[in-house]
Design a protein around this ligand. Structure first.
Ligand code: ATP
Length: 444
């Protein structure tokens, strides 16, 4: 299957099965904003829960935080986002399309007569690159004036920096320690696209680890390997994961060292997590701009210093997309094409589907009872519409790992069949042992 065909099929499955819809679709859609449907919201929630458990609950040196999306505009001046968070943009005066200044499809130098528009092919129609700020602006309070401008945060990290002393005091942590946060971020991306890969509203899962200067390189190494291990643990194929080390010319203004974790999406290798050694850049900028001391007092050494920060920043949406791309499979079964999402069972939106073989002989009633017993503990789904084969196929496409069928034998001996999504093997299990059977396999 060609890569673009694979992507098209995935987008169409995502809509058909209720994973992801285009925002405001009945009005023609809103550019690069997507809505998560019933299955998508479960998948993304499972990703976020997994991250929170690994980063916050399983560790005693990381605390959670949920800061506001709106912050003082001075935060973004100090962080460098007002001045520097911009991409050079080129417009075509002929076809009115807009490109990034570094778009590899542009031939020649934009602004010069020889430059050629990559869309309409016109020569000399491209403007010289102009800077364009990626932050969304809005107004706070009743008057829409410059003094009332606030920004939608373009990253969650700054909410952590400005709160680090609050968290430190309240939690009795000592450096080294970290603060983790999951939340929405907004960027007015110029060239969004590739479905939920680059969007204008997205969710980040960020952790900032505060360390003593001089120990930062060690922690940086620790965290980049730890984060790669986490992705492998999600079931993503190891051969589709790699590190990309930023060369000196590529590094962001705040970073001393950076690695991206990349996944091989159908549209190529692309970043979905960044690990950065941000040094004391952020805290020193905030200390200077706010006039508030942000130093840490190291009791053991009897010294004051500004901590260095190692950041791990991963997109919940890009992780969900990587999981969907990795899981999508088509195979031939008995002369038919079976589409199946081979998501790790613990990440699957629905864990168990309960299906009466036929809609008579007491089977729906038994199946309903089983379904009622399971939901609340597992995400379960009841379906008695259409042939059993069609119902299995619907669950395969949703990535449901276990399909539980109530048949004639159930009415005799109280057992059901459990069909496994990946192997198509069928086990006979006593209905009252189902919860334990599923729990064991979902925790495995
Ligand atoms: P890119 O170069 O792809 O725009 P970036 O280097 O600007 O990404 P970071 O600022 O390091 O990204 O953000 C960390 C993570 O947040 C990214 O790895 C990605 O998973 C997520 N992210 C950033 N921008 C977007 C976006 N527009 N849509 C979806 N996720 C995003």
């Amino acid at each position: 299957m060609a890569d673009n065909e694979r992507m098209e099929k995935l987008v169409s499955l995502a809509k058909r099965r209720g994973f992801v819809f285009q925002s405001s679709e009945i009005y023609g859609g809103l550019g690069s904003v997507w809505d998560y449907g019933p299955l998508g919201v479960e998948l993304k929630r499972n990703v976020k829960d997994r991250w929170w458990k690994a980063m916050v609950h399983a560790r005693d040196d990381i605390e959670g935080l949920d800061a506001g999306i709106l912050m003082s505009p001075r935060v973004w001046e100090a962080s460098g986002h007002v001045a520097g968070f911009s991409d050079p943009l080129v417009d075509c005066k002929h076809c009115k399309q807009r490109f990034r200044g570094d778009d590899p499809r542009i031939k020649g130098t934009p602004g010069q007569p020889d430059a050629q528009c990559p869309a309409c092919g016109t020569r000399g129609s491209l403007t010289a690159p102009r800077l364009f700020n990626l932050m969304f602006k809005t107004f706070m309070g009743p008057v829409e004036e410059d003094a009332a401008v606030v920004y939608l945060r373009p990253e969650t990290a700054q909410g952590i920096y400005v709160n680090y002393l609050n968290v430190l005091q309240g939690s009795r942590q000592k450096i080294p320690f970290g603060i983790a946060q999951i939340g929405k971020a907004f960027r007015n991306e110029i060239t969004p696209g590739n479905f939920i890969f680059r969007t204008r509203e997205f969710e980040q899962m960020e952790m900032q680890f505060f360390v003593r200067p001089g120990t930062d390189e060690e922690w940086f190494e620790f965290w980049r390997h730890e984060r790669m291990r986490w992705h492998v643990g999600l079931g993503l194929r190891a051969e589709r994961l790699r590190f990309h080390r930023h060369e000196p010319g590529e590094l962001a203004h705040y970073a001393k060292a950076a690695y991206d974790i990349e996944y091989e999406f159908p549209f190529g290798w692309n970043e979905f997590e960044g690990i950065h050694n941000r040094t004391d850049f952020d805290l020193s900028r905030h200390q200077q701009a706010s006039g508030k001391k942000l130093e840490y007092f190291d009791q053991e050494r009897n010294e004051r210093w500004l901590p260095y920060i190692v950041e791990t920043s991963v997109g919940a949406d890009r992780t969900a997309l990587a999981l969907l791309c990795d899981a999508y499979a088509e195979e031939q079964v008995e002369g038919e094409t079976r589409v199946v999402l081979r998501l790790q069972p613990a990440l699957a939106p629905i864990k168990a589907a309960v299906l009466p073989l036929v809609k008579k002989d007491g089977m729906p009633e038994i199946a309903k009872r089983i379904y009622d017993g399971l939901r609340g503990r597992f995400t379960a789904f009841y379906d008695d519409g259409g042939s059993i084969g069609r119902r299995y196929r619907r669950q395969d496409e949703a990535g449901t790992p276990f399909a539980i069928t109530v048949d004639g034998q159930t009415t005799q001996d109280g057992t059901v069949t459990v069909r496994h999504r990946d192997t198509l093997a069928q086990d006979r299990v006593a209905a009252d042992a189902l919860a334990a059977y599923l729990a064991e396999r979902l925790e495995a």
